[in-house]
Design a protein around this ligand. Structure first.
Ligand code: S3P
Length: 186
């Protein structure tokens, strides 16, 4: 379904932030799009873990959620200032008002919508997600966050029952139409 000219390369005019609840497919979609379009992508949580030299689970244990959130803001700012990338954000990135300001002011924000039960099925090792230990609690958290995701999103895309290539294809179309993803000038 995805016809690409191997030599066709794209560039981003602004950073693109993928937001949404845990298990929405933010990292997989960003990675797929990066591969097909030849642009750079980064998973903000992986970047954060490398920067801190610790797993997120351990950061939560040692510093609590507030400690993690402070580092997360720092990382978001750092990544938003780099040459434009596809950036998959942790699910709680919208919790802090200053993060919402960074997202809205510095890039294009794609919200991947997911239902908590489907999200749970997509996460193979839930022990790496300190805030997804209990499905009922996750349901409440997702409901609380929904207005925040909607507030910052330039576009919201349903991922229900869909696979990564189809979602990435839809995102690509939107980014091209919005002038965020452009064919590279030869
Ligand atoms: C979190 C989501 C995680 C990670 C951390 C907190 C959250 O990222 O940042 O465990 O608060 O929803 P993913 O959304 O990539 O799983």
């Amino acid at each position: 379904m995805w016809v690409t000219d191997e030599n066709e390369r794209f560039e981003l005019t602004r950073p693109v932030f993928f937001i949404g609840f845990m298990g929405a497919g933010k990292s997989s979609v960003a990675r797929r799009l990066a591969r097909v379009c030849g642009v750079g992508s980064v998973d903000a949580d992986v970047y954060l873990e490398r920067r801190e030299g610790k797993r997120i689970k351990r950061i939560f244990e040692e510093m609590g959620e507030e400690g993690f959130r402070a580092i997360e803001t720092d990382v978001l700012r750092e990544l938003s200032e780099k040459p434009p990338l596809l950036i998959s954000c942790g699910g709680g990135i919208v919790m802090r008002p200053e993060n919402r300001d960074i997202l809205k002011s510095s890039g294009f924000v794609v919200h991947l919508e997911v239902d908590v039960d489907e999200a749970r099925g997509r996460i193979s090792d839930v022990s790496t997600r300190p805030l997804f230990q209990d499905v009922e609690a996750a349901r409440a958290l997702a409901a609380n966050r929904l207005p925040l995701y909607t507030e910052v999103a330039d576009v919201s895309i349903s991922t229900a029952g869909r696979r990564v290539p189809a979602i990435a294809y839809e995102v690509r179309g939107i980014l091209e139409k919005e002038g965020v993803l452009c064919p590279q000038q030869k």
